[in-house]
Write a protein that binds this ligand. Structure first.
Ligand code: 5GP
Ligand code: ZN
Length: 113
């Protein structure tokens, strides 16, 4: 299995898990860009957000349930936080398994680089 995040789902590569449900895993980013930097992924291999439109049932409700739960657990909801998903080369995607970054614990800038 060559996908890094599939290897994290299967336990072949360790990760610092913060949330797990039947279909979703969330773990700390190895190179955090904010005081809180979590990656939320479907356990199913989906290449990017560009592929989500074709999927029935949609993986998004379970992913956004996880994001809500994590933001509450880590006390991000009052101050706010950012959700990012990069798509493809120009989008800055480096791991080709759908993932949503949760970034929090500091004020975010706009526009992104
Ligand atoms: P992307 O650049 O595709 O939007 O995000 C990929 C993220 O995965 C990056 O923020 C990167 O730091 C993180 N990452 C890469 N390899 C690993 C790893 O082995 N473990 C964890 N926890 N995060 C990783
Ligand atoms: Zn994968």
């Amino acid at each position: 299995m060559s996908c890094l995040f599939c290897n994290i789902v299967s336990g072949n590569i360790p990760a610092s898990t913060v949330f797990e449900s039947k279909d979703v895993l969330a773990f700390r980013d190895i190179a955090p860009q904010a005081p809180v930097h979590i990656l939320v992924i479907p356990k199913q291999h989906i290449t990017s957000a560009h592929e989500v439109h074709a999927l029935t049932p949609s993986p998004l409700p379970a992913i956004f349930d996880a994001i809500h739960h994590i933001a509450e657990e880590l006390n991000l909801s009052d101050a706010g936080y950012r959700i990012v998903t990069n798509v493809g080369n120009d989008g800055g995607q480096t791991v080709s398994h759908l993932h949503f970054h949760i970034l929090g614990g500091r004020s975010m800038q706009w526009p992104p680089g």
